[in-house]
Design a protein around this ligand. Structure first.
Ligand SMILES: *[C@@H]1O[C@H](CO)[C@@H](O)[C@H](O)[C@H]1NC(C)=O
Ligand SMILES: *[C@@H]1O[C@H](CO)[C@@H](O)[C@H](O)[C@H]1NC(C)=O
Ligand SMILES: *[C@@H]1O[C@H](CO)[C@@H](O)[C@H](O)[C@H]1NC(C)=O
Ligand SMILES: [Zn+2]
Length: 980
């Protein structure tokens, strides 16, 4: 699944204006003390509209001792009962299910509830004698059968069948328990039948409903989100990824609706129930698959289609969106991306059809249901007039990410959630390869350094980080599983796999991957199975490694964090050390490798590529790294390695000199790296803050996107820490001066803002230029924004190019008052495309009027005003506004109980919410408030945001310290530079 942060990222990115920190965007991040930010979180905050995927949430290296948030047991079991265990017993496995579901798209007249009804028969195989059947089930009401129990049991193998003597639901561990008066026989097959009712709630989890308006009428869609543990909310099932089975699905619905599921439609025919004529759609049986990949949808959406080598490809969305052509882009790129992955995996697409559908309400960014991928509208629908290039890139990346899962994740599935990082990290890596195939002009592969590597560096440098790999027994409860959907799993997973593919070579990586998929298709694996296959591929190739794939990768997967490699060009010594953003933080997590890594180092001397070296110990001498005269060394070419680099002072000076005299001798990705490494090394007190700030001086002549973006990501932290202090003025003066040439450059390039820059990255950097120019107070920029917005308000025709809308809207609303805000709100409510609505929703948070911000905060908890899926990100946007910060914090504190109960189920975004509203915290007073908040709500709890509360406290403490140590230095540096 892709988190919705992804979604946020793009939006945010767009515009940050004066009062707004880009980091707002952090919504998505777990954020460390660091700079950047997705889900939900976490990402580098990008200032551009760029986008990507992800989710957030802190990991769980250890199970917490807190009770689960969800519920209390119905029975009062002693903990010896098998149904008190969160994991299924090994006695029974499902073979296939026959499930019929009927979602009611109108509420029950008496109760007002939307419901669905269903019947299910599952054929189970007994692999160990047992007199107990446990099936996952959550929030389902079962109908009593003739036997007086909630289920019936029959033999499918002949012979006698024990009777069910007791049946009851267990709320805490989410089971339907059937106790028998005799044993099921090993190797015999049985049928378990249930008849049940569930609520078709608007809670974005399991079988749920999404609503939208069309032609003034409310329309309801029934849809699903099963991952990770909500299939059990749709029908009783063995809801673990290794319990693969075949599913025969039937959906019953009104005759004017269409029904979709994972499989192809087999037949659809009228059926009369209680005198009412309905439609019954029967689907062909699925392949053998995991429950979390199921999908059932009833809607009256439209679609467009094409075929590729016999595979039917369809894009579904609300009819007006289809009529407007918003599905065309997705349809056009799906074929080429599917072809790319068939080739990459050397495996034909495993299913006869590939449906993709855009839903008005969807919690994550997208979900890789096998054969029926679900998306947020913004992640699938593209409109030439409304979508920015960042929106477009995000669509290409997310489609690529989800299609990658059709094999990696769906055809071959990790056995248990503890290996989620491999599933998500892999898709987050190869999505760039697929997107690059669809859009070869974009250079998207380079952007992974900003979107994933830099982004997760910020989080993985905290003492509270966690290793990629968790132990199976440590991940049991649904919240523990949900917590794994974090930046570490996605972005660190992607980063270390990219490094692995690079040092193996792409050919070897592909070969190992192909034999892995071949061996485990339709089954399950663990992450070391992939290493085995890669090792075999290495053995048959010319790649030579200093150690085995297992040995090298263990150092990256089994311990948290990453090293800073220090190169001394006088002595040739190269050393490594665990990089901690806060050098005073205490690392309590033990590492099996004592925080040493096996580090592949690609490097340059004076711009020339050298033979790569491997650092396998703490410290070693490499004579080839010694330099004389003006020679300089630059390590981690293209930031393929997952580590930071530091140098002796003389080499730093030579690199700074190279930047200021002829920056192009340093590859563009490494220019971005030098800035990011320097700022973070300074945060860690390894180098002086002045040295980090010095890396921004050459930006006055930089035109490329990546270095600017890297600088802006890092300067965001300065904005957050200083936008309420005296440093702000001189910092603004300096940045205004640095960005003015870039602003002029784009003004010229675009013929006074009338054209669009040709290059994708140029388009991004144009947004950066306008963003920073307006934010730092360049009047010409601010006037431009106001003029455009005003033109829109007076003529009703929007003159602003989609790429610039977020930024321009935000700046204009910040400069304006109630009239601008109301205009934007009306546009938001009337927007027919979600991508436009998202830009406005973000921009509405930019106002400087406290009363407007407070009212907007109230709107976030009213689903008629702001969709539930957007509530937390909107609150975080408001907190990103320096004026909204304290209002949002007060609001969240005040409403915590309500927010938690209303938004708690199945949503991933609590950690974003908490990290987001506390991001700017940097005073003792704020620290006290935060601690009080933790204490006051100990009883309600923080759910998936539990770790985020502690992280926020840790971050606030670090911020307080950083400000006290750096404020004067930073003030002086900016004063000097601004005066020049
Ligand atoms: C509506 O709910 C009531 C009370 O639960 C129930 O008796 C009735 O059958 C329901 N109506 C329909 C049409 O299902
Ligand atoms: C499920 O349906 C299929 C196809 O109609 C049928 O062959 C199979 O016996 C059914 N299985 C169960 C457990 O009812
Ligand atoms: C299930 O039963 C509970 C308790 O009787 C009731 O409150 C709830 O509304 C029922 N749900 C559905 C979908 O009928
Ligand atoms: Zn994914």
């Amino acid at each position: 699944m892709l988190s919705h942060c992804s979604a946020l990222r793009q939006v945010d990115s767009m515009g940050k204006v004066f009062y707004l920190s880009k980091t707002t965007v952090v919504v998505c991040s777990i954020l460390g003390i660091g700079a950047a930010c997705t889900i939900i979180a976490l990402s580098v905050v990008y200032s551009q509209e760029k986008a990507k995927n992800n989710e957030s949430l802190p990991p769980t290296e250890k199970p917490t001792t807190k009770p689960p948030v969800t519920s209390s047991p119905v029975t009062t079991p002693s903990s010896d009962n098998p149904w008190d265990q969160y994991r299924l017993p090994k006695s029974l496995v499902p073979d296939h299910y026959n499930v019929t579901l009927r979602p009611w798209l109108t509420p029950n007249e008496t109760t007002g509830l939307y419901i669905f009804t269903g019947q299910s028969t599952v054929e189970i195989v007994c692999v160990e004698e047992t007199d107990l059947i446990l099936i996952h089930s959550n929030k389902l009401n079962f109908t009593k059968q003739a036997n007086g129990q909630y289920a019936t049991l029959k033999s499918a193998s002949g012979g006698t069948v024990p009777s069910i003597i007791e049946s009851f639901p267990v709320t805490k561990t989410q089971y339907l328990v059937l106790r028998l008066n005799g044993k099921l026989v090993k190797d015999h097959r049985y049928h378990v039948f249930t008849d049940f009712t569930g609520e078709l709630a608007d809670d974005l989890g399991g079988f749920y409903r999404s609503e939208y308006m069309e032609d003034g009428k409310k329309k309801v869609v029934a849809t699903t989100q099963m991952q990770p543990t909500d299939a059990r909310k749709a029908f009783p099932c063995f809801d673990e990824p290794a319990m693969k089975a075949i599913f025969h699905i039937t959906l019953i619905h009104d005759t004017d609706k269409i029904a979709l599921s994972n499989g192809e439609e087999k037949e659809s025919s009228p059926i009369t129930i209680d005198g009412k004529t309905l439609q019954q759609t029967v689907f062909k049986p699925t392949e053998k698959m995991s429950t979390y990949l199921l999908a059932f949808i009833v809607s009256d959406f439209g679609y467009i289609n094409s075929t590729l080598d016999g595979v039917l490809i369809r894009i579904f969305a609300r009819k007006p969106a289809i009529v407007a052509g918003q599905g065309e882009y997705a349809l056009n790129i799906t074929g080429p991306i599917l072809k790319f992955f068939e080739d990459y995996y050397n495996s034909t697409y495993p299913l006869p059809k590939s449906d993709q559908i855009a839903l008005p309400d969807f919690n994550a960014g997208a979900m890789e249901n096998w054969g029926l991928i679900t998306y947020r509208e913004t992640a699938l629908l593209y409109d030439e007039d409304f979508s920015s290039n960042s929106n477009k890139e995000r669509i290409a990346s997310i489609i690529s990410h989800e299609l990658a899962h059709m094999w990696f994740g769906n055809l071959v599935t990790l056995r248990w959630w503890n290996d989620l990082w491999l599933n998500e990290g892999f898709a987050s890596y190869v999505e760039y390869l697929g997107a690059d195939k669809a859009e070869p002009e974009w250079n998207v592969k380079d952007l992974m350094v900003l979107n994933d590597v830099h982004r997760v560096f910020a989080i993985d440098a905290l003492a509270s980080s966690h290793p990629l790999s968790s132990k199976e027994e440590d991940i049991q409860r649904p919240e523990q599983i949900s917590e794994l959907f974090d930046a570490i799993s996605y972005s660190k997973g992607a980063s270390v796999l990219r490094m692995l593919s690079d040092f193996l070579t792409e050919d070897v990586f592909k070969r190992g991957l192909q034999t892995y998929l071949d061996e485990f298709e339709f089954g399950n694996a663990i992450y070391t199975d992939l290493w085995d296959h890669l090792q075999t591929a290495v053995t048959g190739s010319s790649t030579s490694l200093p150690k085995t794939v297992h040995e090298i990768m263990n150092t990256w997967v089994l311990q948290m964090g990453y090293p800073v490699v220090t190169i001394n060009t006088t002595t040739g010594s190269v050393t490594q050390e665990h990089f901690l953003l806060d050098p005073d933080s205490e690392v309590t997590t033990e590492s099996p490798f004592n925080y040493e890594w096996i580090v592949p180092i690609k490097w340059l001397k004076n711009g020339d590529i050298q033979d790569p070296i491997w650092l396998q110990v703490k410290s070693a001498l490499f004579n080839e790294m010694k330099t004389t005269g003006t020679d300089w060394v630059l390590a981690n070419q293209d930031v393929v390695g997952y580590y930071r680099v530091n140098y002796d002072q003389a080499n730093w000076e030579k690199l700074l000199n190279a930047l200021s005299t002829n920056h192009e001798v340093i590859p563009v990705i490494n220019r971005a790296q030098l800035i990011d490494d320097a700022f973070n090394l300074a945060r860690a007190k390894i180098i002086l803050t002045e040295l980090a700030l010095n890396t921004t001086k050459y930006l006055i002549s930089e035109r490329d996107y990546m270095p600017w973006e890297s600088a802006l990501d890092n300067l965001d932290f300065f904005y957050l820490m200083f936008d309420r202090s005296e440093v702000y003025g001189v910092m603004q003066a300096y940045l205004k001066n640095q960005v003015t040439p870039l602003f002029e450059h784009y003004k010229t390039m675009t013929g006074n803002w009338t054209d669009v820059p040709k290059g994708h990255l140029d388009q991004y950097n144009q947004v950066n230029a306008i963003n920073l120019a307006c934010r730092s107070g360049l009047e010409e920029c601010q006037n431009l924004a106001k003029m455009w917005f005003n033109q829109w308000m007076t003529t009703g025709v929007n003159p602003i190019h989609a790429n610039l809308r977020s930024t321009v809207y935000c700046n204009a609303i910040a400069a304006g008052g109630a009239e601008e805000w109301e205009f934007a709100w009306t546009q938001f409510k009337n927007a027919s495309i979600a991508i436009e609505a998202d830009k406005l929703r973000y921009a509405l948070s930019c106002t400087t009027q406290p009363w407007l911000l407070n009212r907007y905060l109230e709107y976030t908890l009213d689903a008629d005003m702001v969709r539930k899926q957007d509530a937390t990100s909107t609150i975080v946007y408001i907190a990103g506004n320096v004026i909204g910060q304290s209002l949002a914090w007060d609001f969240v504190r005040d409403r915590w109980n309500y927010i938690f109960t209303q938004y708690g189920g199945g949503s991933f975004s609590f950690s974003n919410l908490i990290n987001g509203v506390t991001e700017r915290f940097s005073t003792d007073f704020e620290l006290q408030q935060l601690k009080q908040f933790k204490e006051d709500n100990a009883e309600t709890g923080f759910g998936s945001g539990t770790l985020a509360v502690d992280q926020s406290i840790e971050r606030t403490i670090a911020n307080i310290k950083w400000i006290s140590e750096n404020k004067q230095t930073v003030l002086n540096w900016f004063k000097t530079e601004a005066a020049l």
